[in-house]
Write a protein that binds this ligand. Structure first.
Ligand code: GLC
Length: 559
């Protein structure tokens, strides 16, 4: 029976490489995670999503899986994982596994078999096509681009064949048309579910189905060349229904999909309860409000109206039909306090708590990325060599290739790099920020760790963590914060974001100042008598229907 427990859940995301290194070898590990479970539970989280823990050669740091049923050695063993699962469950923390099944690592045995012989049955596990010959040269089968720059096709040795990879060349796309592939995947999902895990986060799920036969993308306005042929493909809904029927529906779990620029109509279908597909998807529209055209590395001044649209649209679409997620950060994005044109130097605490209030009072399940709960900031990288993410390097090379000066290229990369959120967590001001006992970590520690770390935050009278605790407790106490319908107010206001949540006779009103200037705001007429139930400042300036919101001030009113 499906209890839909996820609707009341608060999910904490761990990127295992960088959480806690218990054996001082430079890599975060499962035993390190176990040592911090109380910290996560006390925050108010009720579930943990683990970025991949599976065996991987780490070309894309865990998102290139070479064995879906094995834990990578650097993180520990399967026994360690079983203990982690038990320790989580002991604390009423559900466990959500990352499932990266759009592609496998090119070191996966299936892929190795597939390329070893043209007659191998594994050939049809992947998307392999003959190249096109032009003026004596062998060219890729189509003009599709990889999300990580360059052609999405890689030639197999000196044969005429190419395989498709929508990400790194070491991540080969699976052929979901092949029923054997789907059966393998269902077997993998049920392997973890039988162990007792409570759900999955599906990596770039809306790329599973492609349009065949493969053809060039001639449209001028594609987000990425080929995208119309591999995003929200024709069999997407059918594939999800099959997974649901043969796996998800047999267990009481939560499934959430990471979608790549989905169409509004498909997004709605994926999460509609009556569709029997996924429980929720991530919508990242609001996170594109400070970049150009959804391209992370290209800055633009923050556009609050775009943020509002990206934040409210998915809530409206999901309300009453399906479910939604609430996200400020993850392992693919810089830290939220460094975004949205925020003055982080002067208002880190205010901005961190304002963003949390705005986001997590919305309709959907809150997702909190490790370190966000203490307001960790971007890493003060000095040069590209300090960055590990392949994407930072691909984009760097690409821009440099266009003749841009190195310092400018680095500025762009620093703006959008995924590396910021992937550096080891600064737990305290000891060596390596307390991530381990001194072994050089796989990725540099943020040099700001002596100033900004978990211990310091917990000891501060202005602790972001304590504010999160309060906020999450409040969400738990006021059911309307979970179930209420969201209604936006004053969309055109470029400094203030405001909305209500309504459930029968219970009503909440959230308003926040997204700027560093004190700003007056006239409360809507129906919010006359109210009680302040959350405020990230000690006071709220009031004058009749008007409130004066200080820089990045956010309040929740019950009325
Ligand atoms: C998703 C992951 C990202 C990864 C990519 C390819 O977007 O979140 O980290 O690089 O898929 O698997």
């Amino acid at each position: 029976m499906k209890t839909r427990w996820y609707k009341n859940a608060v999910v904490y995301q761990i990127y295992p490489f960088s959480f806690m290194d218990s054996d001082n070898d430079g890599w975060g590990d499962i035993n390190g995670i176990i040592s911090k479970l109380d910290y996560i539970q006390e925050l108010g989280a009720t579930a943990i999503w683990f970025s991949p823990l599976y065996k991987s050669p780490d070309y894309d740091y865990g998102y290139d899986v070479s064995d879906y049923k094995a834990i990578d050695e650097k993180f520990g063993t399967m026994e360690d994982f079983d203990r982690l699962l038990a320790e989580c469950h002991k604390r009423d923390l559900k466990v959500i596994m990352d499932m990266v099944i759009n592609h496998t690592s090119t070191e996966h045995p299936w892929f190795k078999e597939a390329i070893a012989s043209p007659d191998s049955p594994y050939r049809d596990y992947y998307i392999i096509r003959k190249g096109r010959t032009k003026e004596g040269k062998i060219l890729p089968p189509s003009n599709w681009e990889s999300t990580f720059t360059g052609s999405a096709w890689e030639r197999i040795g000196d044969s005429e064949d190419f395989y498709l990879h929508l990400f790194c060349r070491e991540q080969a796309d699976l052929n979901w048309e092949n029923p054997k592939v789907r059966n393998e995947i269902i077997d993998i999902l049920n392997f973890w579910l039988d162990k007792g895990v409570d759900g999955f986060r599906f990596d770039v799920f809306n790329m599973f189905s492609k349009v065949y036969p493969i053809r060039d993308d001639d449209s001028k306005d594609s987000f990425q060349k080929g995208a119309p042929y591999y995003v929200d493909g024709p069999r997407m809904h059918e594939f999800l229904k099959e997974l649901n029927e043969k796996s998800f529906s047999l267990y009481d779990i939560f499934t959430v999909g990471e979608s790549f620029h989905p169409s509004a109509e498909d997004a709605r279908k994926y999460v509609r309860e009556s569709s029997g597909e996924l429980d929720a998807i991530f919508s990242f529209g609001h996170l594109d409000s400070d970049n150009i055209g959804g391209k992370k590395f290209f800055p633009k001044p923050f556009d609050l109206l775009q943020f509002k649209k990206g934040f409210f649209d998915p809530q409206r679409a999901a309300y009453g039909e399906g479910w939604n997620t609430l996200v400020l950060e993850n392992h693919d994005n810089p830290r939220c306090v460094n975004r949205f044109s925020i003055d982080v130097r002067n208002y880190r605490y205010e901005a961190a708590t304002m963003l949390a209030t705005v986001m997590y009072m919305g309709y959907g399940t809150p997702f909190i990325y490790m370190g966000q709960e203490v307001g960790l900031t971007n890493c003060d990288f000095k040069n590209i060599d300090e960055m590990k993410d392949p994407v930072s390097h691909f984009v760097y090379e690409l821009m440099e290739g266009y003749g841009m000066p190195k310092w400018l290229v680095f500025r762009f990369i620093r703006y959008g790099a995924r590396d910021h959120s992937r550096v080891p967590i600064a737990w305290d001001d000891s060596v390596n920020g307390g991530f381990n006992k001194g072994h050089t970590p796989w990725q540099c520690v943020n040099p700001l760790y002596t100033e900004i770390n978990v211990k310091k935050d917990l000891e501060s009278t202005r602790s972001v963590y304590r504010f999160y605790q309060k906020l999450l407790r409040m969400r738990k106490k006021h059911e309307v914060a979970v179930w209420g319908e969201t209604r936006e107010y004053d969309h055109e206001n470029r400094r203030i974001i405001a909305y209500s949540r309504t459930n029968r006779d219970k009503q909440l009103f959230v308003c926040a100042n997204f700027s560093k200037h004190t700003t007056s705001y006239k409360l809507p007429d129906d919010v006359k008598k109210y009680k302040i139930i959350l405020n990230n400042y000690e006071m709220l300036g009031r004058n009749g229907q008007k409130v004066r919101l200080r820089p990045y001030q956010a309040v929740v009113l019950r009325f």
